[in-house]
Ligand binder design. Structure first.
Ligand code: IPE
Ligand code: IPE
Ligand code: MG
Length: 242
């Protein structure tokens, strides 16, 4: 059987795909492995899916890596996730650079250990002028937090006289989000069987198509991504019209 990629209509790709990378823990538990092994395997899928998205020509890919609520987890699991993030950047940055991908961290990084901040900042600085694809990574990201932050920054600009009340509309509000200058989320993918949003991109997903699957993130192959895109291409997006 050939790859599903051959069935994708390249003229109507989703411009922006978001993925809630969920199910690492359950993947490991099913194999009697520590949860962190699921995270390790999940990191490999990040590499595959970034590559597949870039090759397809997706403009923006947003990966939810760590939520504002994930701090509730045991400390050793959190530090393993940080380690994997550093590992991902250190091993992938050359390829990301070569592929002309811009890395954009979404979230308040100040809560992370300094070596994480340094590494993420280095990746953002180095890739800031790249323009083939934007890879947004949700790190201490929460949709509510993003909106509240935007409101605070707009208020500050208003007080400073940088923006007038009449200028605040959907277009200008976008400039205060982490996804500034990027298209709205077209396709939201959540593996792992959970049917919820878990505080992901609350503003940007106003008209997203949702694609849920029981597949656990460490089992998420390129073919699964192609299947999600094919299903997306069969949806009728009306945006309130008829
Ligand atoms: C997603 O997998 C990774 C993060 C949230 C950081 P989980 O760790 O949530 O896996 P499950 O949901 O417990 O299976
Ligand atoms: C969402 O997954 C966050 C990330 C994938 C980073 P969670 O596993 O944290 O979500 P809940 O707790 O099942 O809603
Ligand atoms: Mg989970």
């Amino acid at each position: 059987m050939g790859s599903l990629i051959n069935e994708i209509d390249m003229s109507s790709l989703p411009r922006h795909i978001g993925i809630i990378m969920d199910g690492n823990g359950r993947w490991a538990e099913k194999r009697n492995l520590p949860r962190t092994m699921g995270h390790k395997e999940g990191t490999k899928r990040v590499i595959d899916i970034v590559e597949a998205s870039y090759k397809l020509g997706i403009e923006s890919l947003t990966l939810y890596a760590f939520s504002t609520e994930n701090w509730k987890r045991p400390e050793d699991e959190i530090s393993k996730l940080m380690e994997l993030l550093i590992y991902y950047i250190r091993t992938q940055l050359n390829k990301i650079m070569k592929n002309n991908i811009k890395i954009n961290a979404m979230g308040d990084l100040s809560k992370f250990p300094s070596k994480v901040i340094t590494e993420v900042q280095r990746a953002m600085d180095l890739t800031k002028d790249n323009n083939k694809m934007i890879l947004n990574i949700g790190l201490n990201y929460g949709g509510r937090d993003e909106i509240i932050n935007a409101v605070k920054n707009i208020s500050t600009d208003y007080k400073l006289g940088i923006i007038e009340l009449e200028d605040i509309d959907e277009l200008t509000f976008n400039d205060y989000l982490y996804t500034k200058n990027q298209p709205d989320l077209d396709l939201l993918i959540r593996p792992s069987g959970e049917l919820r949003i878990s505080n992901f991109m609350l503003y940007q997903l106003a008209y997203s198509e949702f694609w849920f699957s029981n597949i656990l993130w460490p089992d998420f192959t390129e073919e699964v991504l192609y299947k999600a895109i094919l299903d997306y291409q069969n949806r009728d997006r009306r945006f309130g019209g008829i």
